[in-house]
Design a protein around this ligand. Structure first.
Ligand SMILES: NC(=O)c1ccc[n+]([C@@H]2O[C@H](COP(=O)([O-])OP(=O)(O)OC[C@H]3O[C@@H](n4cnc5c(N)ncnc54)[C@H](OP(=O)(O)O)[C@@H]3O)[C@@H](O)[C@H]2O)c1
Length: 290
């Protein structure tokens, strides 16, 4: 039986992998929270990665507090950047890394879905620290997949969907930015995508296995204000949504205005096609009970 290590087990993606693991009886999962695998600690990374012969390591752990990172840069770089350097030093021979990254690394002006080969221009500490982590992975772990995704929500943890379901019934109106365009992505679909990529790699001859950087998001696109309107519409909440701008909202960290990702490469190489974001949202909301 093959062994899969997962970091960030208490996060949205980590909990979705926990939820799905029973569907993959051919794998033995070690899903670890920060207490067992602390990405800020080289000793912890070394200890876990040298304790067992892992076949796959899904790095779902990250410093994800985008605005807080602006005043806590050393922690963000340690977890999102340097940890990848330590992982490259201790990852077992033959172990494939699936490292999760973000649409924020692109941050370029475009009118077309962003491709993996497009220039990256990360802005702000979070985006730059995630990009630094990617660069360590690309340079030092040849058997690795970097999966860039966007606007993640789930039944677990804190996210935009749960915030809207909490605030909507309490407020008459909310002002939400309408000038950032991207794709909401259900963490369960990311988990399924990663596990399907692992199954594909396992079924292939060594020479046929494809590594590298891949975008994965659910299908379609929207902006945050329309996303909120859709959440309210399907859950019967009457709260009004007023459009505002990224500039007027004034978050501490910069946000890309265009974050629609092309998912052609993952479709061609792995046969994976994202489900529509609206259909995925409905499934998640039914589970939340919204
Ligand atoms: N959320 C988004 O909108 C979004 C968008 C694009 C890409 N991504 C990427 O997708 C991945 C998964 O995100 P997510 O939404 O599941 O994030 P999340 O819910 O914030 O979970 C992050 C996880 O990382 C853990 N973590 C933080 N510091 C750690 C440390 N020092 N050592 C070990 N674990 C640590 C957290 O543990 P604690 O619970 O102990 O803090 C938590 O389990 C991340 O790589 C993120 O950058 C997320």
């Amino acid at each position: 039986m093959k062994n899969i290590l997962v970091s960030g087990g208490t996060g949205q993606l980590g909990q979705e992998i926990t939820y799905l693991q029973h569907k993959y009886p051919q794998y033995q999962f070690d899903i670890m929270g920060r207490a067992q695998l602390d990405l800020e600690s080289e000793a912890s990374i070394k200890n876990v990665l040298t304790s067992k012969k892992y076949d796959y390591f899904i790095n779902a752990g990250a410093y994800t507090a985008v605005d807080k990172a602006e005043t806590d840069a050393s922690t963000a770089y340690a977890i999102n950047g340097m940890a990848m350097h330590h992982i490259s030093n201790y990852i077992p021979e033959g172990c494939t890394l699936i490292h999760v990254s973000t649409d924020y690394v692109y941050h370029i002006k475009s009118e077309k879905p962003l491709r993996e080969s497009d220039t990256c221009n990360p802005q702000g500490v979070y985006a730059r620290s995630k990009y630094q982590g990617e660069q360590f992975v690309r340079a030092t772990i040849p058997k690795s997949i970097i999966l860039r995704t966007s606007w993640v929500y789930s039944t677990y943890g804190n996210n935009f969907v749960k915030t809207m379901l909490r605030l909507g019934p309490e407020k008459e109106k909310l002002s939400i930015v309408s000038d950032q365009v991207g794709t909401p992505t259900y963490a369960r679909n990311i988990a399924t995508t990663i596990l399907s990529m692992i199954e594909t790699l396992d079924s292939q001859d060594v020479a046929d296995r494809k590594y590298g950087t891949y975008n994965y998001t659910d299908g379609g696109s929207t902006n945050w204000a329309d996303f909120a309107r859709h959440i309210f519409e399907v859950s019967g909440i009457t709260c009004r949504v007023d459009n505002t701008t990224t500039e007027a909202y004034g978050a501490a960290a910069p946000r890309p205005l265009w974050s629609v990702l092309s998912c052609e490469k993952i479709e061609v190489d792995y046969g994976i096609v994202g489900r529509s974001w609206k259909e995925s949202l409905l499934e998640c909301m039914e589970e939340i009970g919204g």
